[in-house]
Design a protein around this ligand. Structure first.
Ligand code: NAD
Ligand code: MLT
Length: 310
């Protein structure tokens, strides 16, 4: 019987699917050295974002046929190394779209109404209503960077809340953007006009530090930035300086240049910043979706059926 190693917490429904065709071992939180030692006995790996599947692990995986990423981003897998060894890498491109979009919207509203600090103050036995005067999103301009699956869902919800929508995405047409209710603009114009900027792009060499000191200098002092996409798209030091000096109004980050977030100056800031520990996909529904999606693909490959690679 083939063997599957599940390296990160995955919904049980995925493990049940795999168990129909394989022996499934769940060993989460293993350091790379441990993984290198045990990977030779496995035919498949199933991961979320917690495990980094390095070239070393891939090369040690003498029997590996497939690596399944229960989520969208395969940036924690050395895909070229896997491809060189003929190992298929699969993901779940749509399973957590709604969860991530809703988290971005939740962050935008939480930032506008100071929900985390207000909640903490009441729990600390205070009743301070003056400190938490917020701003409305109604009639404000939302700049969406990346109008793919998540960006489009954010657009639909933001439109329903009465926001004006700008979008920057060099890979979609103005007509497509218009269908989604957005005006497609150049990045600089989006930076200049947006009250809120939400990022929904992959991390690539072009998007790394897309939000840097120069970009921030073009924004209004009232601008708030939301990053529920990938760490490293924002230059965190530049963001910290801008927030500390009041050059923009706020930021809500779900993803970080290095995860888990270690020592970071961002932790020193007050209610102008909200930090969540990469929770975009953390809904019950999304975790079932991605687990089923990826487990079915691993099962099919182990049964000798063709794969749909990431
Ligand atoms: P998608 O592929 O559907 O959309 C991405 C969009 O970005 C595409 O329309 C593409 O044309 C556009 N794009 C690419 N390069 C660009 C650039 N240089 N400038 C502007 N636009 C560019 O992807 P998606 O499913 O919507 O995911 C978006 C991001 O969210 C990804 O980075 C993904 O990894 C991340 N994500 C995070 C979480 C989380 O837990 N926080 C959950 C799911 C997805
Ligand atoms: C993803 O790429 O799907 C996200 O980072 C969510 C996750 O897997 O936690």
């Amino acid at each position: 019987m083939p063997k599957v190693l599940v390296c990160d917490p995955i919904d049980q429904v995925g493990i049940d699917i795999l168990s129909q065709v394989a022996q499934v071992d769940v060993k989460t939180g293993l350091p790379t050295e441990e993984l290198v030692k045990i990977v030779p006995e496995y035919d498949a790996l199933m991961i979320r974002s917690g495990t980094r599947v390095t070239q070393e692990i891939i090369e040690a995986g003498a029997q590996l046929k497939i690596i399944g990423r229960a989520g969208v981003g395969v940036d924690n897998v050395d895909v070229p190394a896997a491809t060189r060894k003929g190992i298929v890498v699969v993901n779940s491109p749509e399973g957590n779209t709604i969860a991530a979009a809703e988290h971005a919207l939740a962050l935008m509203l939480s930032l506008s109404r100071h929900i985390p600090e207000a909640n903490q103050s009441v729990k600390d036995s205070q009743w301070d209503r003056k400190r938490f005067i917020g701003t409305e999103v109604y009639k404000k301009t939302l700049g969406i960077v990346g109008l793919g699956k998540i960006g489009s869902h954010v657009a639909a919800a933001a439109k329903a809340m009465g926001m004006k929508l700008l979008a920057y995405d060099p890979f979609i047409s103005a007509e497509r953007a218009e269908q989604i209710g957005c005006r497609l603009v150049e990045l600089d114009l989006l930076f200049q006009e947006s009250d809120y900027i939400t990022l929904h792009i992959p991390k690539t060499p072009e998007t790394t530090h897309l939000i840097n000191a120069d970009a921030i200098a073009k924004m209004k002092p009232t601008t708030r930035i939301i990053n529920c996409a990938r760490g490293g798209i924002i230059d965190e030091e530049a963001l910290f300086t801008a927030l500390k000096e009041g050059r923009i109004a706020g930021a809500a980050l779900d993803v970080f240049e290095s995860e888990p977030l270690g020592e970071s100056s961002l932790r020193q800031l007050g209610q102008e910043v909200i930090l969540t520990p990469h929770l975009g996909a953390s809904t019950a529904e999304a975790q079932v979706n991605v687990a089923v999606d990826v487990a079915e693909q691993i099962r099919d490959v182990l049964l000798g059926l063709p794969a749909r690679s990431a």
